[in-house]
Ligand binder design. Structure first.
Ligand code: GLN
Length: 293
């Protein structure tokens, strides 16, 4: 890909060491057909893309209404780590794709100890991927040591009575979920599971219900690329979720999903080349959900 623009994230120190030239693309369809290209098998930390899959697990556990009321479904119009967004809305996180909402979602995972909640997330996301996902220790420690803003968001949620349990412990689980290692190939399988009514098209496992997929994809469409979600939907027309390590997953309901990876990001924290590649695929394959023909 010729486009060299964007900057590799370095507010999590270890992410700054990523090779900006890496580029991987994978497509998985609901029949289990797999297409990998470039660095599709190169591992990277899932970061914010974890939010959509943990959200799906939370709805599966607690149901549509409860999770909607606690976490919200509207775009904040502000960056993913905004404290202002939380203050403007009486401590309500607005949606699960920004950090505050993701921390509130992580708190909803079943389990009486942080270890149990973490294990539920790790095994749940592994079921979406169809293989056992593991923690990238270096990324986890790098973020845990520089995590003041997320700890601040957790404390603020607690101060508004919107987070049950110890906020630092919940933020620590959230930090671990962001440090799970995946590849672009994994993202495509995970996304294709949401495209396929919750059935992983590679393993055949029913991971979540079809209703949960519908709810999750609606929220991803509204807020998956943060304050740029409207632009993305207008131009490309399919739900997509990004993470600061450079991954994006885009889901075409009933058809399949694409996973892309390229570290340089735009100013909202969305991978430049991943957006270009998935945008190209969406146009070439006619995936825009709003197009009549
Ligand atoms: N772990 C990152 C954070 O909390 C995830 C952010 C992202 O990928 N946008 O800041």
């Amino acid at each position: 890909m010729a486009d060299q623009s964007g900057t590799v994230a370095d507010y999590i120190p270890i992410l700054g060491a990523a090779d900006p030239a890496l580029f991987g693309l994978a497509v998985v369809d609901v029949t289990g057909g797999v297409h990998d290209a470039g660095d599709a098998l190169h591992p990277f930390s899932i970061q914010s893309i974890s939010k959509m899959f943990v959200y799906a697990l939370a709805i599966q556990e607690h149901g549509h209404e409860r999770v909607r009321d606690i976490v919200g479904v509207n775009n904040t119009g502000l960056p993913f780590n905004s404290v202002v967004a939380l203050e403007l809305n009486a401590g309500h996180p607005m949606n699960p794709m920004v950090n505050a909402g993701a921390i509130a979602t992580t708190a909803l995972m079943p389990g009486t100890t942080p270890e149990e909640k973490w294990e539920r997330i790790r095994t749940g996301l592994s079921a979406f991927a169809g293989r056992e996902l593991t923690l990238d220790d270096e990324v986890y420690h790098s973020e845990a040591e520089t995590n003041q803003r997320n700890e601040g968001l957790g404390s603020l949620l607690s101060s508004y009575g919107r987070l049950e349990g110890d906020s630092d412990a919940i933020v620590d689980i959230y930090t671990r979920q962001c440090a799970l290692n995946v590849t672009a190939h994994d993202l495509a399988v995970m996304g294709a599971t949401l495209a396929d009514g919750g059935v992983n098209p590679v393993t055949g496992e029913q991971v979540v219900s079809a209703d949960v997929c519908r709810d999750t994809l609606a929220v991803v469409a509204a807020s998956g690329l943060y304050e740029r979600s409207g632009e993305w939907l207008f131009e490309i027309g399919i739900p997509a979720k990004s993470g600061v390590s450079g991954g994006i997953v885009a889901v075409s309901p009933g058809k399949g999903a694409a996973g892309a990876f390229s570290p340089p990001l735009d100013s909202a924290g969305n991978s430049v080349r991943s957006q270009l590649a998935i945008g190209y695929l969406s146009r070439a394959l006619g995936l825009n959900l709003f197009a009549s023909a």
